[in-house]
Design a protein around this ligand. Structure first.
Ligand code: ARG
Length: 465
């Protein structure tokens, strides 16, 4: 295969080997081969339709491009580092298949700058719905668990300290809200990606009378980029994808952290299926939550990818700069990581089992109903701050004596406030505290059931996806 560069004319010396290797992107941008071939076919058909090349030339080019694609798919394509990137690898091979004279016409009215911008947009248009599909799977796994646990009371935490009792379903549905936003965020950025940049040329547009709309229609783009300089130098779609991916990982990492804590002997809230855990090579009793730990760990590389490309793009003058070739590795790595993480999380979430008894017992600990009692005093006419003070003193009183609220006889309550009567003794169960949070978005059973129904309607019908 020839390694002659297509720009040879201007040069008297060949590229230094080190430079060739340093500047090449073929090692990673070969992933864009399908998009590159599709874009070239659409471009070439349009050139023929506009009378810029002959119809029979277009047909031979299209057949050649399809043959190249088949070679790549069959693993028989001779990738070449001196040919730098996927665009030139494909064009050079096309030249071997259909003749360099004809292959040389394909790049009429096009630059690698609008070509690569197109490839990336096509790639994201294909991959992002796949990420959304996996988010949906994960959401459905959370929904199944939430459904199991609309009656499971657990301690809710702030500062990782016992705060107020909540339903486990409520806790799980909080994650559904996060992943729902992640899903919408992807869908939203897909709309902005949906413009064809082809026709922007190197930066200024093209002097050929091309039909940008035809290419966009053939490739399924809703619109056209409006400014050629922006179109070839914009990587916002990649950055937005990286941000969306980073935030998905941040959300996953928060749940993973809870799983790591909750599956410990100390918490004992949950056990992960054996098939999602690993053992220790030395300690026979160990069952390690490797999957959540690793997902939590992988959050770092995706956030790193986002920061890496933000810094690459910062202060780049218009229009295209070679720096921008650094967009691909972070993008591919982030998409692989987020896809892989979502894929393993969904079945893990579906198969974990919660320890209802421990959760329920723990919900009664730690004076979790203290706010309930303060609210009770407020309903009897006390300003909230005073009620807070009184209940605070009650907690201290119990702590000193190693007792819980429910160990106190009414007379002892009344030492702290004459407003206490029998009714307070009925406020001490965590389940009642849960049901008292009867506000839209609150943790009362009826509210959580309604929340679950809304979520099920949205995701189980497939309408959300
Ligand atoms: N491999 C290049 C990239 O990914 C393609 C565009 C190259 N354009 C150029 N003028 N060197 O950015």
């Amino acid at each position: 295969m020839t390694t002659e560069k297509p720009w040879g004319g201007r040069f008297t010396a060949s590229t230094d080997k080190l430079v060739e290797e340093f500047t090449a992107s073929i090692g990673f941008d070969r992933r864009l081969y399908r998009e590159d071939v599709r874009g070239s076919i659409a471009h070439c058909r349009m050139l023929a339709a506009c009378g810029i090349i002959k119809p029979e030339e277009s047909e031979r080019l299209v057949a050649g491009l399809q043959a190249v694609e088949r070679e790549i798919e069959a693993g028989k394509f001779p990738f070449s580092v001196p040919l730098e990137d996927i665009h030139m690898n494909i064009e050079a091979r096309l030249g071997e298949l259909v003749g360099t004279e004809l292959a040389g016409r394909l790049h009429t009215a096009r630059s690698r700058n609008d070509q690569v911008a197109l490839d990336i947009r096509l790639y994201l248009k294909r991959e992002l719905p796949e990420v959304r599909r996996r988010l949906r799977e994960l959401i459905l796994a959370f929904v199944v668990q939430a459904e199991e646990h609309v009656d499971t009371v657990m301690p809710g935490f702030t500062h990782l300290q016992q705060a107020q009792p909540v339903l486990l379903a409520h806790h799980l549905l909080a994650y559904v809200e996060m992943f729902d936003r992640d899903w919408q965020r992807l869908r939203d950025l897909e709309k902005r990606l949906d413009q064809s940049p082809l026709g922007s040329g190197a930066l200024a547009g093209t002097s050929f009378a091309i039909d940008r709309r035809q290419v966009a229609d053939e490739l399924g783009f809703a619109g056209l980029t409006a400014n050629s300089m922006d179109a070839v130098s914009d990587r916002d779609g990649v950055l937005e994808t990286l941000f969306a991916a980073a935030l998905i990982m941040v959300h996953l990492s928060r749940f993973c952290e809870e799983l790591v804590l909750w599956s410990s002997t100390q918490f004992n809230f949950v056990s992960l299926a054996d098939s999602f855990c690993t053992g220790s090579s030395i300690m026979p009793q160990k069952k390690n939550p490797d999957v959540p730990e690793l997902v939590r760990g992988k959050c770092g590389r995706v956030v790193g990818s986002l920061v890496s490309l933000l810094v690459t793009m910062k202060a780049l003058p218009l229009a295209y700069n070679k720096d921008m070739q650094e967009d691909k590795e972070p993008l591919f790595d982030a998409l692989d990581t987020v896809t892989g993480s979502l894929a393993v999380m969904a079945p893990m979430v579906a198969t974990m089992t919660f320890n209802r008894e421990v959760l329920a017992a723990q919900a009664e600990e730690g004076f979790a109903t203290a706010t309930e009692i303060a609210d009770y005093l407020v309903r009897r006419g006390l300003p909230f701050r005073q009620a807070h003070e009184i209940v605070g003193r009650l907690v201290a009183h119990c702590l000193e004596r190693g007792r819980r609220f429910r160990d106190l006889p009414l007379a002892e309550w009344q030492e702290f406030s004459p407003l206490f009567d029998d009714e307070v003794l009925g406020l001490l169960a965590a389940a009642d505290a849960v049901d008292s949070k009867d506000v839209y978005g609150g943790t009362a059973r009826a509210r959580v059931r309604a929340q679950l129904e809304r979520v099920k309607k949205k995701w189980q019908s497939g309408s959300g996806s």
